[in-house]
Design a protein around this ligand. Structure first.
Ligand SMILES: [Zn+2]
Length: 422
């Protein structure tokens, strides 16, 4: 079949020539078995120290799955030598086209690894004619190599957040770099130890020293962990979490006002929860009418809604005095309103004033926090209870770092020779 020269060129494995090719069966899409041999040989490379030697001890036939030729899956077969290396002893020879111990070639690994970032592992496995576990191992090796070769950054702003996981194990703690919008680490639970562990193991001393601010919610264990591990860093409270508390307070007001007010009012207030929690600027048309009707029925709910809407201003000041003045005015407006739920919220805001006002000095990118959370939730949902946390972390890093932004980036991952020095 074909001339070996042509086939060698098609296969394109540097330093190897095609010896023979045979079909693995008679069906139209039968697999190809490609036997290869070394060419222009200058001795066999030791896989331990990469020194070349001629001292071959024995050889054994090994196979690797490779990228297909049209619809024919390809298995590459080679008599891999074991060499007696003067420094390492008995070692297998190094083959550049595959990772040590891998059953697939590096270029197939790249294709599978890339595919797995946009489709389930099972689909990628079918596409490339390998088993699920082979595809999963390929994906792991692909991501691990990418992660390993990335430069170590020194993040100025960190984000620490809890991600809801599921019924069994409830939460993950996620640590991220808010300047670049990338996940750094992942730990189970949401305890002080989870975050402290991440801060000490995922960042080295140099990286920790560069941290100026940590954005987190009011979760006490996280605040403790930051104070303990990064005493020089400022805690900036996450805007969305603070506003979430405000939303909860508003909801309490709604429940209080309508559900204690007899069946007629109760029916009126029913089903309005999500409408009420939406921000005014996102409510349009007939929904605005509904809100107006709701507020006309209950002035105190209206007052609470306005107070919640105004809280946005907390993050518009450039000085702590500005924030303090605004908060003072806000608390004043609350007086005599008989809104105990909002008063409780006021207490919380006063208690966490430092964390809120810290935004003046460290303008953390809250938008990045939100978009990171969306990406993370998406990956976890698609992973459907992925048990392997190392793998999940790698996938999160890939999804948030978005290393492929152009066709040039993609080519770098697909055609390894373009950038590798091997
Ligand atoms: Zn050696």
């Amino acid at each position: 079949m074909g001339s070996p020269r042509e086939c060698t060129r098609i296969l394109g494995l540097e330093g190897f020539r095609v010896d023979t090719i045979e079909w693995a069966g008679d069906e139209p899409r039968a697999a190809l078995r490609v036997r290869i041999e070394r060419r222009d040989i200058r001795g066999y490379e030791c896989s331990g120290c990469r020194r070349r030697t001629w001292r071959v001890r024995d050889r054994a036939e090994r196979t690797w799955a490779d990228v297909p030729w049209a619809e024919h899956h390809v298995t590459v077969i080679y008599q891999q030598r074991r060499v007696a290396c003067p420094t390492c002893g008995i070692r297998t020879e190094r083959v550049a086209f595959a990772d040590p111990k891998a059953r697939i070639t590096r270029r197939l690994r790249q294709v599978i690894g890339l595919d797995c970032q946009s489709m389930p592992t099972s689909h990628a496995a079918v596409r490339h004619g390998v088993s699920w576990s082979k595809a999963r191992r390929a994906e792991y090796a692909f991501l691990a190599e990418w992660d390993h070769t990335r430069p170590k950054r020194r993040p100025r702003h960190l984000g620490a957040d809890e991600i809801h996981r599921g019924k069994r194990q409830k939460f993950y703690t996620v640590l991220s770099d808010l300047v670049r919008g990338e996940v750094i680490g992942l730990a189970p639970e949401r305890t002080e130890e989870s975050l402290a562990g991440l801060l000490t193991t995922r960042l080295d001393a140099r990286q920790r020293a560069a941290v100026e601010a940590v954005c987190t919610d009011m979760h006490r264990p996280y605040l403790n962990a930051v104070a303990h591990v990064l005493p020089a860093a400022t805690v900036v409270l996450d805007k969305f979490h603070v506003l979430q508390h405000a939303g909860a307070a508003l909801d309490d007001v709604r429940r209080h006002e309508f559900f204690r007010a007899g069946p007629v009012m109760r029916r009126f207030g029913r089903g309005k929860r999500w409408l009420l929690l939406r921000r005014w600027k996102t409510v349009r048309g007939s929904k605005r009418q509904e809100l107006h009707a709701l507020f006309a029925a209950n002035r105190r709910l209206f007052k609470a809604y306005v107070l919640r809407e105004e809280l946005d201003h907390l993050w518009t000041y450039t000085t702590r005095d500005g924030v303090a003045n605004f908060l003072w005015g806000w608390l004043e407006a609350l007086r005599w309103q008989r809104l105990p739920e909002m008063e409780k919220l006021g207490d919380t805001l006063v208690k966490h004033f430092d964390g809120i006002a810290a935004f003046c000095d460290h303008a953390v990118r809250f938008g990045v926090v939100e978009s990171l959370n969306m990406t993370i939730k998406g990956v976890i949902r698609r992973g459907r209870g992925m048990k392997d946390e190392t793998m999940l972390l790698l996938k999160l890093k890939w999804a948030t770092a978005r290393p492929i932004r152009s066709s040039k980036d993609l080519a770098k991952f697909l055609y390894l020779d373009l950038h590798s020095n091997r």
